[in-house]
Design a protein around this ligand. Structure first.
Ligand code: PMP
Length: 455
């Protein structure tokens, strides 16, 4: 035991909490920012400092940090019925209503929904559904999952196996049967003289070859984010989904859209699949689903998988899977309110209205001689730092350029995220013109400062 109250918040955070995905040298150098509350898109720390959070928390707080409608929706549901489950043939009325709403909003008819507490668990649940189907349909070999390098699908043992990041090797992951295809990043992965269309064709051929090598009947699904998010905001190359979708259809392999970041407006439409014109067989959702006001994820199955899973569950008589808080009534009530705000309450409209300003801001900063590329869709974007723009040579990793940019932004009251050599922005959907300008002004200052030090 220690006398907590006499220590600083930084010391207290370091003493008894672990950090996820945190660069420890940075923490030792700079300490922890302990946040107490939010005001619109700003968060405020224990020292009273305000930061414009250009990452919407972790892409999720799309309505800002204090939206009264969402707070009221949670309070009202806590008053009515503060907690329940979705096991043993029972579920809350809010859960039923949210599933109806999601089915209405889904790009396909006949959707059915299963709830989780997070995006990772939603991906895990999807894979367990597919494995359950493999067992029930007497096709036990159909278990492999195809994803891409750079794709992020979560941190549980299964969803981390889907994630295409080298850091997972320390855990001995991926598990067997999780295969990663080339990252669809044309600027970085495209070959000398290869057009974007040729790059797309090469990726489609790789998919075709992988299916031929592994056997179509061993593959349970291809799972992809419409825009890779936590892998560095990587929109697909031209015609990508139009090229892969027919290959998957031909081989009877479900195409699953991991919409944990893209879903509910981030790309300028309700679904990323809508933005890129493809029809998924299932959708993985979380984050903006509750505008970050409640931990919740969902697997939304399209008609074919929903029917097949429905039949399999009838036959086996039970789907032995679920979480204590699956379909939590407060989470569902908040999600209903969040979806109303996004779809009907003007937030999606504001994403569309602010997108040109956002793109223009990114493009202007990409004029810098140490920015190799800007990329983005809707209100998600990234700037890639390079030591040499012509040769696309990255900075030496021990310079920690993107971390230094992000730290300098923090010093100026802007939170943005370093990811590899890029800086990621994904502001709340509520951003005003003035807040957009503030975000780009502060980032511009930080880029000038850091590049002057390292270039
Ligand atoms: N899928 C995608 C596309 C994500 O971006 C994330 C989280 N960043 C996840 C899954 C995992 O979600 P969670 O952190 O809620 O487990």
């Amino acid at each position: 035991m220690s006398d907590h109250a006499t220590d600083s918040w930084e010391a207290r955070a370091a003493a008894h909490s672990f950090y996820g995905f945190t660069d420890m040298p940075t923490i030792h150098d700079r300490g922890t920012i302990v946040v107490t509350h939010g005001e619109g898109p700003y968060v405020v720390d224990t020292n009273g400092r305000r930061y414009l959070d250009a990452n919407s928390g972790l892409w999720n707080m799309v309505a800002g940090f204090d939206h009264p409608t969402l707070i009221e929706a949670a309070k009202a549901q806590y008053d009515r019925f503060p907690g329940y489950h979705a096991f043993f043939g029972r579920m809350s009325d809010q859960t039923v209503m949210l599933s109806e709403r999601l089915a209405d909003l889904a790009p396909f008819d006949g959707a059915r929904v299963f709830y989780t507490n997070s995006g990772s668990e939603a991906n895990d649940t999807l894979v367990k559904m597919l494995w359950f189907l493999a067992g029930a349909e007497r096709n036990p070999g159909r278990r492999k999952i195809l994803t891409r390098w750079g794709g992020y699908h979560g941190v549980t043992a299964v969803s981390a196996s889907m994630t295409g990041k080298p850091y997972n090797s320390i855990f001995g992951l991926p598990l067997s049967g999780f295969l990663h295809l080339t990252c669809p990043h044309y600027w970085r992965e495209g070959r000398e003289g290869e057009s974007e269309a040729d790059f797309t064709a090469r990726l489609a051929q790789e998919l075709e070859d992988t299916i031929a090598r592994e056997g179509a009947d061993t593959i349970a699904a291809f799972v992809a984010e419409p825009v890779i998010g936590a892998g560095g905001v990587i929109p697909p190359p031209e015609g990508y989904f139009q090229a892969v979708e027919p290959i998957l259809r031909r081989h009877g392999i479900p195409l699953v859209s991991d919409e944990v970041i893209c879903g509910f407006g981030r790309t300028g439409a309700v679904w990323g699949a809508e933005t890129y014109g493809f029809m998924p067989d299932a959708i993985i959702s979380s984050k903006a689903l509750t505008a970050g006001f409640f931990p919740m994820g969902a697997v939304i199955l399209g008609p074919d998988l929903a029917d097949r899973l429905g039949r399999a569950v009838e036959e086996i008589e039970e789907f032995p899977h679920g979480f204590t808080a699956s379909g939590h009534p407060v989470g569902c009530a908040v999600a209903l309110a969040a979806i109303d705000l996004i779809a009907d309450g003007g937030l999606l409209d504001n994403v569309r209205r602010q997108t040109p300003r956002f793109e223009a801001g990114l493009a202007a900063l990409a004029e810098h001689r140490n920015i190799g590329e800007w990329r983005g869709k809707g209100l998600m974007g990234a700037l890639e730092a390079v030591q040499n723009k012509a040769t696309r040579t990255p900075f030496a990793s021990d310079l920690s350029v993107s971390e230094r940019i992000a730290n300098t932004c923090t010093d100026h009251g802007l939170i943005c995220r370093p990811l590899g050599q890029s800086i990621v922005l994904c502001p709340p959907f509520t951003m005003t013109d003035a807040q957009m300008d503030e975000m780009f002004d502060k980032l511009s200052t930080a880029l000038d400062t850091v590049f002057a030090e390292v270039a």
